[in-house]
Design a protein around this ligand. Structure first.
Ligand code: NDP
Length: 251
């Protein structure tokens, strides 16, 4: 598979799933726009990838910053073909009544408003091109509730509804909008989850998680022509059939 000539904007590209996805998509010849708040990490990754990568510092919860990076992507590479909404935070793991409201709100600002702002900025460009792919990184938390994660679960359920809305409103205009629920992945987020000691996910061992490179490969599969088959819903990478479809070995 090649993504030659395609421009992909990846949020949360400074580490974890986003960084692995940027590396993998660039290896398939895509132009990659790397978005996150950590300037040094983005710059290092862009240097490693080479001229096909552009690092752009942006807090996805800030509408003006989001509009600026989406416009700059088009100015730099001439189009915006694929948007990967991957940036996300877990927030403090604690009971509903104990979480400081500002911290709870920060999770919603990043995980929900960040996805909405990116879709809001990218969709007009994709509609004008009559094509585009939007992949929102989802979670099992969109469906099930875990103790201490009220903000995160609420945010991922909202992201799933944004995925469905994107498909409902723009699916007939050439936009493929879908989600990807990766299962548990060995990244810094799982380190924070383990440290919390709350709920069964914190009891998992690092060997229980898939590597971020598996998620990157599944994302590249969904960027291709078959991605439309999953439009409007989450591709569940935990399913053996999904891993096989994405060309990943069974676990
Ligand atoms: P990491 O914590 O390793 O990475 C999160 C990324 O999001 C970082 O690049 C971070 O960069 C970026 N980010 C956070 N807040 C913002 C912001 N306000 N603006 C821009 N970028 C931001 O997590 P993962 O790689 O594990 O997570 C990626 C996605 O996958 C998330 O949406 C997460 O919810 C989801 N997911 C992860 C699972 C797992 O087991 N790891 C399971 C299911 C879903 P910076 O700090 O530089 O801004």
């Amino acid at each position: 598979m090649t993504l030659s000539g395609k421009t992909v904007l990846i949020t949360g590209a400074s580490r974890g799933i986003g960084a692995a996805t940027a590396q993998h998509l660039a290896s398939l010849d895509a132009n990659v726009v790397l978005v996150a708040r950590s300037n040094n990490a983005l710059k290092e990754l862009a240097k490693e990838i080479g001229p096909k990568a552009k690092a752009m510092v942006c807090d996805v919860s800030d509408l003006n910053q989001v509009n600026a990076v989406v416009n700059a992507s088009v100015e730099t590479f001439g189009s915006l073909d694929i948007l990967i909404n991957n940036a996300g935070i877990l927030g403090p793991v604690d009971m509903l009544a104990d979480i400081p409201p500002n911290d709870w709100g920060e999770v919603i600002d990043t995980n929900v408003k960040g996805v909405f702002y990116m879709m809001h900025a990218a969709i007009p460009i994709m509609v004008a091109q009559k094509k585009g792919v939007i992949i929102n990184v989802s979670s099992g938390a969109a469906y099930g509730v875990l103790e201490g994660w009220s903000h995160y679960c609420a945010s991922k359920a909202a992201v799933l509804q944004l995925t469905r809305s994107g498909h409902e409103e723009y699916g007939d205009q050439g936009i493929t909008c879908l989600g990807l629920s990766p299962g548990t992945v060995a990244t810094e987020m799982q380190v924070a989850i383990k440290a919390s000691g709350i709920n069964p996910v914190s009891k998992l061992e690092v060997t229980d998680h898939i590597p971020a490179s598996d998620v990157a490969q599944a994302i590249s599969y969904l960027c291709g022509a078959t991605g439309v088959n999953y439009a409007g819903e989450d591709f569940q990478l935990k399913l053996p059939s999904s891993r096989a479809a994405a060309g990943l070995s069974a676990r």
